[in-house]
Design a binder for this molecule. Sequence first.
Ligand SMILES: [Zn+2]
Length: 330
Amino acid sequence: MPLPKAELHLHIEGTLEPELAFELAARNGVELPYADTEELRKAYDFEDLQSFLNLYYELMAVLRTERDFEDLANAYLARAAAQGVRHAEIFFDPQAHIARGVEMGTVVDGLWRALGGSEARHGVSTQLILCFLRDESAESALRTLEAAKPYLDRIAGVGLDSAEVGHPPVKFREVYEAAAALGLRRVAHAGEEGPPEYIVEALDVLGVERIDHGLRCMESLELVERLVRDRVPLTLCPLSNVRLRTVDVLADHPLPAMLDAGLLCTVNSDDPAYFGGYAGDNFDAVRSALGLGEERLRELARNSFLASFLEHDEERRQRYLDEVESYEFS
Ligand SMILES: [Zn+2]
């Protein structure tokens, strides 16, 4: 049995495996510019974040109907459950779909067909987090939030993703204020490729409760002290960092130093179909490459539930935490 954990940094579009991409392409009559899954997999040798994003947006063309989004989410939930994920807070990128003529309702209703039955079917509780694309305009983000208003009973919070450098958090002040007024939780990617100042801005200007990635906080002692003091969770994605060349090799990942500094780190998969592994694979990878002992792994699992948005159900959180504490490593 794998270590129980929550996954807090997962883009549902990034769980599109080549096999499902080809299946959906055939179902929807979409032509992919790759002969087969093998040729597609060869395109996964990324230079940086932007080169990944180019393929990520290209493959989304196969997602057209509610059923496509339902199949995508069910495939992820089955894989996550098999790797010990008990709770998942799932990002989605509505602007990337709306731009292709796929409505907000198709995306949310489709995802919900899987998420609504996830506990019964997969044993995974879920929440949905709407992400704004930071390389799109602030006005587009505001229009997206407006389009999401009929679906807010199914959306727990908002996030900020896509190309980071040159798109500082402050650009999205207004939409985050509007999201807060609607009672939505707030997170943002910051300090992946962008500087530590973006992390400070995400906290001070956007009022986020968690930082996605946040790796580059280690460049500022003052910021690390603040994150430790305020118990701000960081959702790290080790395999993603290697594939996008944020770190050269996994053995160089700052995770051990970040834990030693007292940071509330979690381990997640980001875009697992593209980066070589799901949540459990990321745990296994840091265990072997970084030599993390059992208590460190238990700490990461505990942190994932402490950092999750389960305030409405503390009983559930405690149940998950009890599972972590009583877990016996094999
Ligand atoms: Zn991400």
